[in-house]
Ligand binder design. Structure first.
Ligand SMILES: *Cc1c(COP(=O)(O)O)cnc(C)c1O
Length: 376
């Protein structure tokens, strides 16, 4: 009998590594070093190795990673930061929280990531940083983005919350990891992310020592030496328990990515003939890690397909139903419908299919057969 299909199956994933995880948790309980215990530094070092970057500063969550990166770069009121409107709200929220202005550029229709050809027109003398988002596990096309940023002396903060482990290859043949491409990379360990902990968690990745020190200090109330404060900071830490769980799960990350890619390959093969669907397009210089497998449903059939699949026991999600520039909270920025037509259009067509490390072949077969035979 086929197991019920879930959008994400954290329970089965946990059961596969239960002895390792339980032992790591017990070890922390025995030590009672719940804040900044040794697993935190150890995990940071292991993650630096994994991402092939010099410094990793862990923090409370991915949103804090974005905010603290901006703080460490000195961004505040009067500054502008460019990002995309087709993303999770946190990418823009971090900018707004600091009193800076989120400025949007549209995404590419095929890849759902920042359209670098639109970037230069959005740059003003106030632009201090660019936050490209590696949406669904695929890197934005970073080479042109980094070139433009360099030309204008602007910092690049990658929102790599959905893309840990995604490689990106530059035209000179160098390959780097998502998060290690720009000045700072932000990661989230929210449970459903490709490397998820069992609560909230996040990290910033950089090769810049000064920036790393500053980000670390900001996460600890702006303090490098306890009770001596150099900056206005925040309290944002990765719990020792979460770090210990992440140490275990990081060792399985490559295997998790392989499983996601295998599920994606199944979808690509089984759905390629469906002419009212558009499958995700992969840019050749990045190797997608499929945080989401997001299709586009043509001819206005998205919502009816979603309803039909739901009736057949197949959950799906819409990431994201409304662009950030049209959210009520950002109305004061003065954007309106029609300003970012690609993003707005994608919101009406995208549908994310079940995607996780535990999808069985009979489940994938059932999902694909149900879509192919759907009477819409
Ligand atoms: C998950 C996510 C975040 C925020 O991460 P949290 O850990 O939930 O704060 C930011 N940006 C994107 C694109 C994300 O997917």
């Amino acid at each position: 009998m086929m197991n019920p299909i879930q959008m994400v199956d954290l329970k089965s994933q946990y059961l596969r590594i239960k002895p390792e995880v339980d032992a790591a948790i017990q070890h922390v309980l025995d030590s009672t070093a719940f804040i900044q215990g040794s697993p935190v530094r150890e995990f940071e070092e292991q993650l630096a190795q994994y991402t092939k970057s010099k410094y990793v500063v862990s923090c409370g969550n991915g949103t804090d990673a974005l905010m603290v990166s901006l703080m460490a770069l000195g961004i505040g009121p009067e500054d502008e930061v460019i990002t995309v409107p087709f993303t999770f709200v946190a990418s823009a929220e971090a900018i707004a929280l600091l009193g800076a202005k989120p400025v949007f550029v549209d995404v590419c229709e095929e890849t759902f990531t920042m359209d670098a050809s639109l970037l230069e027109a959005a740059i003003t003398p106030k632009t201090k940083a660019i936050i490209p988002v590696h949406l669904y596990g695929q890197c934005a096309d970073m080479e042109p983005i980094l070139d433009i940023a360099k030309k204008h002396n602007i910092k690049v903060i990658e929102d790599a919350c959905q893309a840990i482990g995604t490689p990106y290859t530059f035209s000179n043949g160098t390959t780097k990891q998502a998060g290690a491409l720009g000045d700072v990379g932000c990661l989230s360990f929210f449970p459903s992310k490709n490397l998820g902990c069992y609560g909230d968690g996040g990290a910033m990745v950089t090769d810049d020592e000064t920036l790393a020190e500053r980000m670390r200090a900001i996460c600890r109330h702006g303090s490098k030496v306890k009770y001596h404060h150099d900056y206005v900071g925040v309290n944002s830490r990765l719990d020792t328990l979460q770090a210990a769980i992440l140490q275990v799960k990081l060792q399985h990350l490559d295997e998790y990515i392989t499983k996601r890619r295998a599920a994606a390959d199944y979808y690509f093969e089984a759905l390629k003939e469906v002419d009212w669907l558009q499958l995700p397009e992969i840019i050749t210089n990045t190797h997608h890690t499929f945080h989401q497998f997001t299709i586009r449903v043509k001819n206005g059939k998205r919502d009816s397909l979603r309803q039909y699949l739901s009736e057949k026991g197949i959950p799906t999600m819409i990431y994201y139903p409304v662009t950030v520039h049209l959210q009520p909270v950002y109305r004061s920025l003065g954007y309106q419908e029609g300003d970012f037509t690609v993003s707005e259009h994608l919101c009406k067509e995208v549908l994310s299919l079940p995607m996780h490390t535990e999808l069985a072949d009979d489940q994938l077969q059932y999902i694909c057969e149900t879509i192919v035979n759907c009477p819409l």
